[in-house]
Design a protein around this ligand. Structure first.
Ligand SMILES: Nc1ncnc2c1ncn2[C@@H]1O[C@H](COP(=O)(O)OP(=O)(O)OP(=O)(O)O)[C@@H](O)[C@H]1O
Ligand SMILES: O=c1ccn([C@@H]2O[C@H](COP(=O)(O)O)[C@@H](O)[C@H]2O)c(=O)[nH]1
Length: 238
């Protein structure tokens, strides 16, 4: 895979990856490392929108399994993503890049409400834009939110920064026989029910012809490496 030719990309950072060695929540050195990588990517002259997951704090399906109403549990999950974005906003600024959090769940005393034109204006000024609250609706995920925002903000690619180094034929964490793909299509990922992203996210990306690059965020400099076409990753295309 060569260097990405895009002026603007969206990076989806897994919430779970922010735990570092901990079992829950935010591990500040890990957040600082990923934030420094985002600041370096921006220094390459690329406009960066970032969606952060919430799996390090709360997932709606887990709340629902314990008896919470699913829609309410999902709202709690969306709030978790706001907390992660606020932590990232500080860490990205500490790494030397201006950053703004925009939330799909309006909370104007905490951060700006999400509006497409606002996000585009911040991106145009070179700010790293952290998109909190996923889609703003229950029954969705931040992967789907990432595909949605990548399309509406005119990003050239969706970079999925996660705990594994690509897309496999099965979950590599539970199936040692899983085989890694170098490249596949969105439709193949949906048809084979590959769980690295949910089907809604793959379908949205397919319909907007959005390439997805899946790679591990465990290595320092992983985001800039992928942007330079140097990293180990799986490319998902139409
Ligand atoms: N076919 C597959 N190929 C690769 N990874 C897979 C596959 N099926 C399931 N996975 C799992 O999907 C995970 C990627 O999801 P990730 O943790 O980034 O998700 P998320 O739900 O978007 O984020 P969060 O942690 O914020 O909830 C990997 O850690 C991996 O274990
Ligand atoms: O559009 C969305 C995005 C997310 N949620 C809820 O947030 C949690 C955390 O997001 P992850 O994608 O799992 O990291 C998710 O489990 C949902 O409960 C949502 O409702 N709508």
């Amino acid at each position: 895979m060569g260097a990405l030719p895009h002026k603007r990309v969206l990076v989806k950072v897994s919430g779970e990856a922010l735990m570092g060695p901990e079992a829950f929540g935010l591990h500040p050195p890990t957040v600082a490392r990923i934030a420094a990588d985002l600041a370096s990517a921006r220094a390459l002259g690329i406009e960066l929108a970032v969606v952060v997951g919430g799996g390090n704090i709360f997932r709606g399906v887990q709340g629902a399994a314990k008896g919470l109403d699913r829609a309410c549990a999902d709202q709690m999950g969306m709030l978790a993503t706001v907390m992660n974005c606020l932590a990232f906003e500080q860490a990205v600024e500490a790494a030397g890049a201006p950053a703004r959090t925009l939330s799909a769940v309006a909370m104007p005393t905490v951060c700006e409400p999400y509006a497409r034109q606002k996000a585009l204006a911040h991106l145009g000024k070179g700010r790293v834009v952290l998109l909190a609250g996923g889609t703003g609706n229950p029954f969705f995920t931040t992967d789907t939110g990432a595909a949605l925002r990548a399309a509406e903000l005119g990003c050239g690619a969706l970079l999925k920064a996660t705990n594994v180094d690509g897309v496999y034929s099965a979950d590599p964490k539970t199936d040692p026989a899983a085989v890694r793909y170098e490249r596949l299509t969105h439709s193949e990922a949906i048809d084979r029910r590959l769980g690295v992203m949910d089907a809604a996210a793959f379908a949205l990306a397919r319909d907007s012809r959005m390439p997805i690059i899946v790679f591990s965020i465990q290595e320092p400099g992983a985001i800039t490496a992928v942007l330079r076409g140097e990293g180990r990753a799986t490319l998902v295309t139409a």
